[in-house]
Design a protein around this ligand. Structure first.
Ligand code: ZN
Length: 295
């Protein structure tokens, strides 16, 4: 299933299932008509262990009756997960990216965090004050969405805790990231974690460790790799995190970026007002955002 958050004019956002290229079903609206209770929030939805069965019933009812069925062109698309409790990120998780920055291959995952207020959706703007940072960079990343609470789970059981996957951009203010001595400020400017276009549930992805991933700025391809190059796989990362802290439904895990980020290019490519950044991952779709100065 492909899950997103949408609005129509003057309406509260709702959680929807994309049933094909043109159609999206409002799950709580169709669910209410079908007699199943489905929350409007995707995080609450994922926290309901029966969500999948209920959502399928709602979609089935919508397809039979037309209740809660919308044309994708008539709705606004928002970030598929809003207000995650945590946004966990992994640094240096592509072998070739570690080499690009002259960093040794880590023995264990290197974790850092972005604040939840960084999260924004497909088509929205990435904005920053040019007086605060002059070195804003893109990072194409596969994002894991946690579906079931994970506390001290083994690598073997880890994938049972994954709801699905998103395309993400770990936007980074390099001057703040490298100047501060630690990363949280440079990684946590508002709008610096676009995610989308939809959450693709784990059962729909053949092999999350074999997906092409790329980044384009103004149509020029600057990152291109495959998730086969991940140093630590998704099962390893979920297990590793869960040994230290509880992962909860809706938590986001950014799994690291491949080579080709702007700061290491010759000459460097830094994002500017008006730039359009597209991150794409095979089977998950493309996420496009425009950059604007906000001073
Ligand atoms: Zn990153």
């Amino acid at each position: 299933m492909r899950l997103g958050r949408y609005t129509t004019d003057a309406e509260q956002p709702w959680c929807g299932a994309r049933t094909d290229e043109e159609t999206v079903v409002n799950l709580s609206e169709a669910g209410a008509a079908a007699g199943v209770d489905l929350p409007r929030s995707s995080t609450d939805l994922l926290a309901d262990w029966q969500w999948r069965r209920k959502a399928e019933l709602a979609v089935e009812y919508a397809e039979e009756t037309g209740t809660g069925v919308y044309d994708v062109d008539d709705v606004n698309r928002l970030e598929p997960v809003r207000n995650p409790r945590k946004v966990v990120c992994v640094g240096l998780n592509y072998r070739d990216h570690a080499e690009e920055g002259d960093n040794p291959i880590p023995d264990e995952p290197v974790l850092f965090s972005k604040f939840p207020t960084t999260v924004t959706g497909p088509g929205s703007t990435i904005s920053w004050d040019p007086d605060l940072t002059e070195k804003v960079d893109y990072e194409a990343e596969l994002v894991v969405v946690i579906g079931r609470e994970a506390r001290r789970v083994s690598r073997e059981d880890a994938m049972d805790h994954v709801a699905g996957y998103l395309v993400g951009n770990d936007v980074s203010a390099r001057d703040l990231q490298h100047g501060d001595g630690q990363w949280v400020r440079g990684k946590s400017l508002d709008t610096f974690a676009p995610i989308g276009p939809e959450l693709v549930t784990a059962d729909e992805v053949d092999d999350p460790h074999d997906l092409e991933i790329w980044a384009e700025v103004n149509g020029e391809r600057l990152q291109e790799s495959t998730t086969a190059n991940l140093i630590f796989g998704i099962d390893e990362l979920v297990s590793f995190c869960s040994r230290a802290f509880t992962l909860e439904p809706g938590d986001l895990l950014f799994t690291g970026t491949p080579p080709g980020v702007g700061v290491y290019r010759e000459p460097p490519v830094l994002l500017e007002d008006g730039d359009e950044v597209t991150i794409g991952i095979e089977e998950l779709g493309e996420l496009t955002n425009t950059c604007t100065y906000d001073s």
